[in-house]
Write a protein that binds this ligand. Structure first.
Ligand SMILES: [Zn+2]
Length: 363
């Protein structure tokens, strides 16, 4: 009988928050819970095992000035990978990073195409900048070239007003979201403030990024419609510094940013309590470095989300939401091994013992 070389993973396999198995094998890059006949362990890995972490708001191929060369994008993806983030939802990038799909050593990326913003209402060099009459056409274009998501910039500073304000009239987002759904894509939007949220939710949006402007007025609506949020609390932590920088020119905007920051944990906790799906996202690649998924899970617990639920927001639940398997029989062996139970203390996520991607120990 011929022997097959396999990776043997044992310890506590956290298939779900309450489903624990004691071992699995990796055969041809995939998970098997049955010891393969004639298997010879090439390597045994031992510890607490989670499906690869999900960073549901990440930008590969982007820095604070716009698109970056492929070698820089590669480093960004490797940083996420080595931190255990093996599934990334790219929330908008002007770079074409589809070349990473052929690289088995890089995290899987679900792309949202390029951001679509209102003219001069977003960070320079990031977005397609269009007017409402062209929104549906650009949404259709990005829906076709992305991996099933489209990213809008829902609000931004209006320099004439000196404050955050909604970027799109209701009719324009309604038509654009309907078109994305017709093409089989989901839609998400960057929103810091309050005033764009009702229109977007009523227009059928699937997710809102940051969502710092949720209030008692819009939280029940989001819950009823099942609109998910990705709070990116590690990014919201930068609001006070941004507010300081804009204070002299835009005092109203600065004060608004500070208020949103001050109530950020209450906002996330209220959203979670109302039943709004909350997921882990870092916003890495704009102003922030990559590899912060563990920090964001810790931030969600600071907001008052129970540790096992914060963990789910960056693992089991996030994978299900994005249509990707976790630690299922036959699934790609994308997993992370820790030295202690992450359900007991999520801080262990910052210190993975082993990272396994496509069945290979990569870190
Ligand atoms: Zn972002």
């Amino acid at each position: 009988m011929s022997e097959r070389a396999v990776l043997h993973v044992k310890g506590r396999i956290l298939v779900g928050p309450d489903e624990v198995r004691s071992e699995l094998w990796v055969v041809d890059g995939r998970i098997s819970y049955d010891r393969p006949a004639g298997a010879r362990d090439v390597r045994t890995v031992d510890g607490w095992v989670l499906p690869g972490l999900v960073d549901a708001h990440c930008h590969v191929g982007l820095d604070r000035h716009g698109a970056v060369p492929d070698d820089v994008a590669e480093k960004q993806a490797l940083t996420d990978r080595d931190a255990g983030a093996l599934l990334l939802r790219d929330a908008g990038s002007p770079s074409d990073t589809r070349w990473t799909d052929d690289r088995e050593d890089l995290p899987r990326i679900i792309r949202a195409g390029r951001h679509i913003a209102r003219t001069r209402r977003y960070i320079r060099n990031y977005a397609w900048e269009v007017e409402p009459g062209d929104l549906t056409a650009y949404v259709a274009q990005e829906a076709r070239r992305s991996d099933g998501w489209v990213k809008l910039v829902g609000d931004w500073i209006d320099r004439d007003l000196g404050d955050l304000s909604a970027c799109w009239p209701r009719g324009a987002v309604e038509a654009a979201i309907a078109e994305a759904h017709r093409l089989g894509a989901r839609v998400t939007a960057h929103c810091f403030a309050e005033d764009s949220l009702r229109d977007l939710a009523e227009a059928g949006i699937d997710c809102v990024e940051h969502a710092t402007g949720l209030t008692d007025d819009t939280i029940p609506l989001f819950a009823e419609r099942g609109v998910a949020i990705v709070p990116t609390l590690v990014n919201i932590a930068t609001f006070p510094a941004l507010a300081d920088g804009g204070e002299s020119r835009f005092p109203r905007w600065s004060a608004h940013m500070r208020r949103l920051h001050e109530r950020r944990y209450d906002t996330v906790r209220s959203a979670y309590d109302a039943g709004i799906p909350v997921f882990v996202g870092t916003d890495a690649g704009g102003a922030l470095p990559h590899g912060l998924a563990a920090d964001e899970v810790a931030e969600l617990t600071k907001a008052g989300i129970p540790p096992v639920e914060a963990l789910a927001a960056g693992t089991w639940a996030a994978r299900k939401w994005l249509g990707r398997p976790g630690l299922a029989e036959g699934a790609p062996a994308d997993l992370v091994v820790y030295g202690s139970d992450p359900r007991a203390d999520v801080r262990v996520l910052a210190d993975p013992r082993r990272v396994v991607l496509g069945g290979r120990v990569v870190a």
